[in-house]
Design a binder for this molecule. Structure first.
Ligand code: GLN
Length: 537
């Protein structure tokens, strides 16, 4: 078993997760079985209770774990299926240690950060190694070197590497080499200081991934190598990508980073064949067709709040050799200026998941506009719920129909809480979560797109379609094309008379990959493209 630890220095948001994921792509393409793991030094047990302003998207796994969005990169860049053991927070570590203490597992001892907390962290690395049966475990440590919170994790990986031996564990440090305009040059000092900080802790990285806006010259590489005590070939340039994040594996391959990793870890594998990956990039950079998709949300100013949704849309584009320009549209703007004005010029509308009342009116207007103007519509979770509310209000004429999440006294609660959820009082990890089977109706568009009648899709919600209204909807032409196997929970709805109007209670975006675009996104972009050509703008 081989271990790669990825740390980050100087500033946050350097794309450590992407770098780890891209290395995963390369190692997989060298024939290795890889798994990836993220350590997050915050005290929340998981990010499920954090707002998108704090944390970006909460990524959901098959087993229902609510995890860091980097796990989304890991799954998208590789073929691995991750579980709740692949994301460890300080909160989880302390919870376990304190429970152990109460149970008397450390009886007689003083419980301390070293060794009790650090041992617990190491246990999780071993656990992942055993469970995944991977040959290589890539572990990313969240945060930035120098953070107080991250210290127990760094100490744990230092001890771990010593124990398994340096031909079995390496350290990669992702750092920043800023371009200082006034001086007209790249500066290496922050990197030197960040590496010095790591060495103080006892970690000497073998590879430095230097994030930079300008190419690193040979002289700069030499300087970094000398002052950071890293061999010259271990200084890797990772420039800002020009077009797409999926270029990162190719960039690292050009820098021969995967060769070096394999050499350091004594892994004898052939070079990675990345031709299929190059074709993906080609389709992203120079597609044959182009469309514009409006994503109507309330966190559109945040880069990361709808990460998997944006990625899945681009995968739908890859599947159709179609470039997708994503227009990030604010639901509250639609409330202010009307759907016609804000959605003008988009060729398809997507309403993603969400919580809370802000912007709901705008999302309902967007669904109405798409339905009435025959514009392709894809609704995800809340996007299904608003499509349902809209249909109830404007087609079934159930005035004031709503979800009880937003209006507890609505006369027509078409979306409501089921009994199991009514009893829930705690917030953390208590939604309907994770992959569950969904049965698709024969002859439905959803079944046609999936090419299957039973699918497994991931959930993260509390509210459901209210079956008391099912018949009324059906009589008006609303099709329930996917339900739980017992038929009780509505999972997919569609309007057959429409060019493309499909919405799901689950989150298909969590299972889309550039090399395996999700059928609903593939179908959505195909429909948008066809619709556009049928009716020139
Ligand atoms: N707020 C809705 C619910 O809890 C939708 C959740 C979502 O879109 N993820 O059911």
């Amino acid at each position: 078993m081989k271990y790669i630890f990825v740390t980050g220095g100087v500033v946050s948001s350097l794309g450590k997760g992407l770098t780890a994921a891209a290395l995963g792509t390369l190692l997989e393409n060298r024939g290795l079985k890889v798994t990836l793991q993220k350590f997050d030094p915050y005290l929340n047990v998981d990010p499920g209770t954090m707002s998108p302003f704090q944390h970006g998207e909460v990524y959901v796994l098959d087993d229902g774990a609510e995890t860091d969005l980097d796990l989304g990169h890991y799954e998208r860049f590789t073929h691995t299926k991750l579980t709740r053991f692949n994301n460890l927070t300080s909160g989880q570590v302390y919870q376990t240690v304190l429970n152990n203490e109460r149970e008397g597992k450390y009886l007689g001892k003083t419980v301390q950060v070293i060794p009790h907390v650090t041992d617990e962290i190491q246990t999780r690395i071993h656990q992942i190694a055993e469970q995944s049966k991977a040959e290589v475990v890539i572990t990313e440590i969240g945060g930035t070197t120098g953070d107080i919170e991250g210290l127990p994790f760094l100490e744990a990986i230092r001890e771990f590497a010593l124990e398994v031996g340096f031909s079995n564990a390496i350290f990669i440090h992702v750092t920043f080499v800023p371009f200082i305009k006034a001086a007209g040059e790249l500066k290496t000092k922050p990197t030197q200081q960040s590496v010095a900080k790591l060495r103080e802790i006892g970690i000497t990285p073998q590879i430095l991934v230097c994030r930079c806006e300008q190419p690193l010259t040979k002289e700069l590489r030499q300087k970094i190598s000398l002052f950071c005590n890293v061999p010259f070939e271990g200084v890797v340039e990772e420039k800002d990508v020009d077009h797409t994040i999926y270029e990162v594996p190719l960039m690292l391959q050009r820098e021969r980073m995967d060769d070096l990793v394999c050499r350091l870890l004594r892994l004898d594998t052939p070079a990675a064949n990345m031709s299929h990956w190059q074709e993906i990039i080609r389709k992203l950079i120079a597609p044959q067709h182009r469309v514009r998709i409006g994503v109507v949300g309330k966190y559109i100013e945040l880069q990361d709040a709808y990460k998997s949704v944006y990625e899945a849309i681009s995968h739908g584009g890859i599947a159709n050799d179609c470039g997708v320009q994503i227009e990030k549209l604010d639901a509250e703007e639609i409330e202010k200026f009307g759907a016609e004005k804000v959605l003008k010029g988009v060729n398809g509308v997507l309403v993603p998941g969400g919580f809370g009342e802000r912007g709901i009116g705008g999302k309902i207007l967007a669904a109405q506009y798409a339905r009435e103007k025959q514009l392709p519509y894809l609704g995800l979770c809340l996007g299904m719920q608003v499509a349902t509310i809209e249909f109830a209000r404007h087609v079934l004429k159930l005035e004031k129909a709503h979800s009880t999440e937003f209006d507890t006294t609505t006369p027509h609660p078409v979306i409501c809480l089921l009994d199991e959820q009514r009893k829930v009082t705690k917030k953390g990890g208590t939604m309907r979560l994770g992959a569950q089977p969904c049965q698709l109706t024969v002859g439905s568009r959803a079944a046609q797109l999936y090419g299957a009648f039973v699918v497994n899709e991931r959930h993260r919600h509390r509210y459901e379609f209210n079956n008391a209204y099912r018949q009324r909807f059906e009589q008006a032409g609303f099709v329930f094309s996917g339900t739980s196997p017992d038929g009780k929970l509505v999972e997919v709805i569609e309007l057959p008379e429409h060019p493309f109007f499909i919405a799901s209670q689950f989150h298909p975006e969590f299972q889309s990959k550039p090399h395996q675009p999700h059928p609903l996104f593939k179908g959505f972009i195909a429909a948008v493209h066809q619709h556009l050509h049928r009716k020139p703008m």
